[in-house]
Structures are given as C-alpha cells and as structure tokens.
Design a protein around this ligand. Structure first.
Ligand code: 13P
Length: 254
C-alpha cells in the first residue's frame, strides 16, 4: 500500500465510561492493537481520564491520546474549562474540535472554532476538525457547500505549515448515533469534495496528503467498505469505540 496519507482510527468516547471502566477499555485496546507502521489509533477519553490513559499508552507505538474539546483562551478565570496547554501537559497529542454535539448543545460557531483551532495549534496540539450537515441540509441539496463552508471558515486562514497539523473528520449529523451510516458512495463524494476545496486553497500535493476521516455509525460491519473508498482515510468512532473488540476490529478494517 503506497498511501500518501496518514490512516487513522480515532475513538471518541464522548461522556461515557467512568474512570475505572475507561482505564480498563484503554488497557484492552493497547493489549489488542499492534502498530504495523500504517494505521494509527487515537483515543479521546473524557478529561478526567486523560492523565491515567496517557500512562496506559506510554511507550506504545502508533496510539495517541486526544482531548474532546479545549477552551479558546490560554488560561484564566473560565471556571470548569480545560486549556490546550493542560491537554498537552498530560500527554495529549490531538484535540477534537467542531464536533456537531459541541456546535449543537454548546453553541460553538465557526468563529469560536477558528479561535479554538488557533489556540490548539499554538499549544502544539494537532486538531481533528469535525464538519457535517444536518438531514434538513442534505435534503435541501446544499450539503456540499455547507460542509465545505465549515472548513473554510474555521481553517482556511491557516498557513500550509499549520494546516499540516489538522485532520478533517466528516460526520453527517443524521448518521451520528443513529445506526444510519452514510453509504460508502455518500462518504466518498463528500470526502472528494472536501479534498478539492483543500486543493484549491493549499495545492494538489498538499491535498493529496490531507487525512479525511469518516464518522457516524461506523462499526465493524461497515468499516471495511467505508475505508476502501479512495478518499476515506479512516474513521472517527463513537459508540463502537466503547467496546474494545469492536474498536479493534474497526482498526483492522483497512
Ligand atoms: P457514532 O459512531 O456513535 O455514530 O458517533 C460518531 C461520532 O460522533 C464520533 O465523533
């Protein structure tokens, strides 16, 4: 396989797993995963699990820690918030930004996300940037422009050097946690569209190396077909990342 892009399977645990359960899950994933130099694995546990999961991942190749969110300011009086530097300091390499649940339930808009992206990159984190349309937008037929608009507004001010530290994740909202996966063709069409927009901004060589993940009801039964699409470089997994066997089987789906 001479794929120019990094292939990634990331598990977004969301607000699931108590501390003990989370440590057990991380240990099971570590035990079952062996890095062969191709697919990288990312675990995104809740904040209070981060330091312990970092210990569990320590010394393991090809498996990284991610936060699920971070604040846009460096530090200060923001009770209850977590900074990008804090995530870095416990050993996180990535942070997920722009998830539709953050946009929907916490009012995060493109402008805020742009400042979060800037902060994360300044702190030395890599960003997994999520985008995706609602069912209404898909039914109205404006999904390609809408999703491309999300990445343009929050990311396209970045220099090429900065953009190298961004992974895109297309997660159609109607497919998240619904059991209704985008078809491989639907995923491929959107990924190819996003790659074209990246190409228009950063050039063909850059776009060819841009990792674009798919998320939304991805599971062992459909991962192989999704990941075999030419522009799908892996997955951002919610529900199925909470069971070690399912998650590991998705990791082995390339
Ligand atoms: P599900 O895999 O549970 O549909 O969630 C996808 C997701 O939102 C990952 O960030």
């Amino acid at each position: 396989m001479n794929n120019p892009r990094k292939q990634i399977v990331a598990g977004n645990w969301k607000m699931n797993m108590n501390f003990q359960e989370g440590c057990t899950l991380a240990a099971e994933v570590v035990k079952g995963f062996s890095y062969d130099g191709t697919v990288e694995v990312i675990l995104a546990p809740p904040f209070i699990h981060q330091a312990a999961v970092a210990e569990i991942l320590r010394g393991r190749e090809g498996i990284w820690l991610a936060g699920q969110n971070c604040h846009q300011e460096a530090s200060g009086a923001f009770t209850g918030e977590i900074s990008a530097d804090m995530l870095r300091s416990v050993g996180a390499r990535y942070v997920i930004l722009g998830h539709s649940e953050r946009r929907q339930y916490f009012g995060e808009d493109d402008e805020l996300l742009r400042s979060k992206v800037d902060r994360a990159l300044q702190s030395g984190l890599e960003v997994i940037f999520c985008c995706g349309e609602s069912l209404e937008i898909r039914e109205a037929g404006t999904h390609f422009d809408f999703v491309a608009g999300q990445i343009e507004k929050a990311l396209f001010h970045l220099s090429e050097e900065q953009m190298q530290h961004v992974v895109l994740a297309y997660e159609p909202i109607w497919a998240i946690g619904t059991g209704k996966t985008a078809s491989p063709e639907q995923a491929q069409a959107m990924h190819a569209h996003l790659r074209k927009r990246v190409e228009a901004q950063y050039g063909p060589a850059f776009a060819e190396r841009q990792t674009i993940l798919y998320g939304g009801s991805c599971k062992p039964a459909n991962a192989r077909e999704l990941f075999s699409q030419p522009d799908v470089d892996g997955g951002l997994i919610g529900g199925a990342s909470l069971k070690a066997n399912d998650f590991l089987s998705i990791c082995a789906s390339f």
